[in-house]
Design a protein around this ligand. Structure first.
Ligand code: CUA
Length: 360
């Protein structure tokens, strides 16, 4: 009986494991399905080091087993085999081989490290101080949300990073409260966002791989930063250069939030009383960084998620507005406004869901 129970336990363990591992390998999330130049490079380095390690393990294991079998004492034979201690030949062999292996690993690692850190195009500015040949995004990480500013385009957005495919996108990375880390697993990274310095790097989003991922990659905070660290997600929307330029134009043309209908108008009034101190609703928010204390909501209606993690639906937005603490513990919105009635929440929802910039 006991034995049978043990068997079932094992079975349960393995099926759970299989279930968990079935989530791996998704093209929008997996580092094992690299979707750009950086991820590809990092993946190749990973493969190279894994191959070297496995080779070493195999060779050592084979020698180990051979020695155990070959030099086992047999019967009454008390003779001692030839001793090799201090053998010059052997010492040289097992010193030179690791050196060679390290070289094979070190040369590409070091050269790629420099290549992936090459942000020279960010430095080239025209007379207006704008970066000429490169798309630059300032990423600012906050407890527990992300801001993406395109300094040369005069656009600020949050939570959904929008990028063109097949070109290098350059990032300035900072944090406004504690240390976070910017990571798009399938495309590359990760790199820390710090409060006291700016880290820079670039990523490239491959258009074919992006298609496999439905033009939507998952981004993560990769530095333990507080109770909702695991919920500090963002999304990366990829599009062709033309579509991206159109998106930029759409964003740039928004001067005021769109409000359609009485309910939305009522929502706008509540918003302007209780929320606008922290949240902007236009992409050309001119407030300084410190005053931008919450996600920019200019294109909230087109977002992929509510609060970065919940399915984008009216129902979830209402739940979030009612009790943000329940869905993202320790977030900075909790207790910044009083209790909202259902009617007020409905109005706010109508207003926020109507905030769209893309002209279809
Ligand atoms: Cu931010 Cu973890």
């Amino acid at each position: 009986m006991k034995k049978r129970l043990q068997k079932w336990r094992l079975f349960a363990l393995f099926s759970t494991l299989a279930l968990i591992l079935a989530g791996c390998g998704e093209p929008f999330l997996s580092t094992l399905k690299p979707a750009g130049e950086v991820a590809e490079t990092q993946f190749n380095l990973m493969m190279l080091s894994t191959i070297i390690m496995v080779l070493v393990i195999i060779v050592v294991t084979v020698i180990f087993i051979y020695v155990i079998v070959r030099f086992r004492r047999k019967g009454d034979d008390k003779s001692i085999p030839k001793q090799v201690e201090g053998s010059h030949k052997l010492e040289i062999i097992w010193t030179v081989i690791p050196i060679l292996l390290l070289l094979v690993l070190a040369v590409p690692t070091v050269s790629y490290t420099f290549k992936l850190a090459d942000v020279a195009p960010m430095e080239k500015k025209d007379k207006d101080g704008k970066t000429k040949d490169a798309l630059v995004v300032n990423v600012r990480a906050n407890l527990y949300w992300w801001e993406f500013e395109y300094p040369d385009l005069g656009i600020i957005t949050s939570q959904d990073l929008v990028v063109p495919t097949d070109e290098r996108v350059y990032f300035n990375l900072t944090a406004s409260d504690v240390k976070h880390s910017f990571w798009v697993p399938a495309v590359g990274g990760k790199m820390d966002t710090n409060t006291d310095n700016v880290n820079q790097f670039w990523l490239e989003f491959d258009s074919k791989k992006a298609q496999e991922a439905n033009n939507l990659f998952y981004g993560k905070c990769a530095e333990l930063c507080g109770p909702s660290h695991a919920l500090m997600d963002f999304k990366v929307k990829t599009m062709s250069k033309d579509e991206f330029n159109q998106w930029v134009k759409d964003m740039q043309s928004v001067k005021e939030p769109v409000v359609a209908g009485d309910l939305a108008k009522e929502g706008q009034e509540i918003f302007n009383k209780s929320c606008i101190g922290c949240h902007a609703v236009t992409p050309n928010d001119s407030r300084p960084e410190q005053a931008r204390q919450a996600p920019n909501l200019a294109n909230f209606g087109e977002r992929e998620r509510i609060a970065g993690v919940m399915e984008h639906s009216e129902e979830n937005l209402k739940k979030w507005l009612k009790d943000p603490e329940k869905y993202k513990p320790g977030n900075t919105m909790t207790n910044t406004y009083g209790n909202l009635s259902d009617q007020q929440i409905d109005a706010l929802t109508a207003y926020l869901m109507g905030l769209k910039v893309q002209k279809k």
